[in-house]
Design a protein around this ligand. Structure first.
Ligand code: SD4
Length: 331
């Protein structure tokens, strides 16, 4: 666990502390009063931005900035996951992602808002920010999922730029891999940095996003859990949200994120719900050699996380600052 980080600028934290009731409303500007009133009139929840894997700290900081400034959870999750999408050092997401076994970087992403609207792209190539294309699918089309060439054409029509996403580092690793061409997940290393990010804004609304380049060296055309609503990510504004990381096939077979949210609806804590979803995988299939991790929040802003193997962790920001935590695990 790392220390809490100090990250908020003075003005943003002022209005935010007011909004959550830490500063008196009387001491505020008119805008701050407006924010505080909205929050005080809504069901009290604890705003938060939380993401899979502690290397995604920068993403939760970016998401929290949106929330602290009064922005929506939807904007927060999009802005948050765009950080690793644009980062060439992150070899599991967006630009710099490891390619499939044909040497092509193919991306999966989905997004869901507090009204249950959702959008997704899968098997998308050449676009650095698949999450923003997923959001356009949600907002500008009557559909939920666009795939492959159709998703690319849609993105181009919306003004996204066609780019080469394969960095020299990922290309080099791929060329090394070609020498043996063994397809085998390596727990917590090969591609388990997929970001799933959940946020609760000052109004108490929940949104989620998930984005990845998927399993490294996968078969060309393979789609994982990450762009599938209910598998890689699910949000129900009445209950909470959940995201998954790890071997997508195991998550897909159990519709893990939906399961976690439904378990919370039935009264389980986020922690207990994540544990049951992991146990469900362990009951159904050989699990000793794979990693799957779930991360969940409920409407009150409480969170939980659980994985099959040790090594899963997560990053979060709330009004107290930022931190990372290790998840408990089955093994
Ligand atoms: C997939 N679930 O494509 C993704 C991979 C992942 O952290 O989560 N990696 O199966």
């Amino acid at each position: 666990m790392s220390n809490r980080r100090n990250f908020l600028q003075k003005s943003a934290i002022g209005s935010f502390l007011t909004a959550i009731g830490i500063l008196p409303i009387a001491a505020c500007s008119t805008t701050e009063k407006a924010v505080a009133t909205v929050v005080n009139n809504s069901k009290r929840t604890k705003p938060i931005a939380i993401a899979t894997w502690n290397q995604n700290e920068a993403a939760t900081v970016a998401a929290w900035k949106v929330i602290a400034e009064g922005g929506s959870a939807l904007d927060a999750v999009e802005q948050g996951v765009k950080v690793p999408e644009a980062d060439p050092e992150d070899q599991s997401v967006g630009y710099g992602g490891r390619p499939d076994r044909d040497g092509k970087v193919t991306l999966d992403a989905c997004i869901m808002d507090e009204k249950g609207n959702c959008g997704s792209v899968c098997f998308l190539q050449h676009i650095k920010h698949p999450i923003s294309v997923a959001r356009k699918v949600m907002e500008d089309t009557p559909h939920v999922i666009l795939s492959g060439e159709g998703a690319l054409q849609f993105a181009l029509s919306k003004g996204f730029k066609k780019e080469n996403l394969l960095t020299e580092a990922s290309k080099k690793e791929y060329q090394e891999w070609l020498k043996n061409t063994e397809y085998k997940p390596v727990i917590n290393i090969e591609n388990h940095d997929t970001i799933g990010l959940l946020a609760i804004d000052q109004k108490g609304d929940i949104s989620g996003a998930c984005t990845t380049s998927g399993m490294a060296y996968k078969l060309h055309g393979r789609v994982g859990d990450s762009p599938i609503i209910g598998a890689g990510m699910f949000v129900d504004n009445e209950v909470g949200g959940a995201v998954a990381t790890g071997v997508g096939e195991a998550v897909l077979k159990t519709l893990g994120s939906f399961l976690v949210v439904e378990l919370m609806r039935q009264g389980r804590t986020p922690q207990a719900a994540c544990e049951e979803a992991v146990n469900r995988i362990a009951k159904k299939q050989e699990f000793k050699d794979i990693q799957v991790g779930y991360l969940a929040i409920n409407k009150a802003g409480e969170y939980g996380a659980y994985s099959i193997q040790p090594g899963f962790n997560f990053a979060l920001n709330d009004v107290e600052g930022g931190k990372t935590e290790d998840a408990k695990s089955l093994l």
